[in-house]
Design a protein around this ligand. Structure first.
Ligand code: G3P
Length: 221
């Protein structure tokens, strides 16, 4: 399963890109709004793409199909490699249908049920983003929705790539990997947690300490 970073923070993206564990970046208006307001968003996104090279989703704000298509057109003028991120509303699916005819990649976002995922697939979405954490937040089982979506995909050989999004902890990542999600888009902190284990840190510290002991016993030779 691929990992993307869910962030608009360049230093987080650069740090994760340097480890080689991520192959894409998803942003959204909320993540962009957390960054320095003096930053030029277009420059930031282009810089992000130059850093990571792979998938970069850029979200539209309009809620009418014409507006979404106009925004997509504008985004693609300054960033031709963009995957256009579109909300899971009927007008959004009409935009996805049009963009799919032009072979423009789309990521349908704010999906909370297998039915919505199926609808987005049928409209021609390249990616469907299932938000599991926000389901958990309201007392529903987000992983179960990802599992059910993956089962439908396996049964029918559906084509959209399933992105597990709104990840809250490393166990979410593992559960989605076991369910068969194609990608988990994951916040920086959780990617760090995923790589870390206290026994690894303790092991590294004791190897260094033992090496130093051996070196001093040999008189530094
Ligand atoms: O990729 C989706 C993500 O940005 C939403 O996450 O934490 O706002 O539910 P969250």
């Amino acid at each position: 399963m691929e990992l993307y970073i869910d962030s608009a923070n360049l230093s987080e993206i650069q740090a994760m890109a340097s480890t080689g564990i991520i192959s894409g970046v998803t942003t959204n208006p909320t993540l962009l709004a957390k960054e320095d307001p003096t930053l030029d968003v277009k420059e930031l996104i282009k810089h992000i793409h130059a850093t990571i090279g792979g998938h970069v989703s850029v979200e539209v704000i309009s809620t009418d199909t014409k507006g979404m298509l106009k925004e997509a057109d504008e985004i693609l003028k300054w960033f031709p490699e963009a995957t256009i991120k579109i909300p899971m509303i009927p007008n959004g699916l009409s935009a996805v249908k049009e963009l799919s005819k032009q072979n423009i990649p789309t990521n349908v976002t704010l999906i909370f049920s297998p039915g919505q995922a199926l609808a987005a697939n049928n409209a021609g979405a390249t990616y469907v983003s299932v938000f599991l954490g926000r389901l958990d937040d309201i007392g529903q089982d987000g992983v179960a929705v990802v599992k059910e979506t993956c089962e439908i995909w396996d049964r029918h050989g559906l084509e959209s790539m399933i992105i597990a999004a709104s990840i809250r902890h490393p166990i979410h990542v593992l559960e989605c990997a076991k369910a068969g999600a194609d990608i988990a888009t994951t916040p920086y902190k959780i990617l760090q947690q995923l790589m870390k284990h206290p026994l690894t840190d303790a092991g590294v510290a004791s190897f260094i300490a033992d090496h130093e002991k051996m070196m001093s016993a040999k008189g530094g030779k």
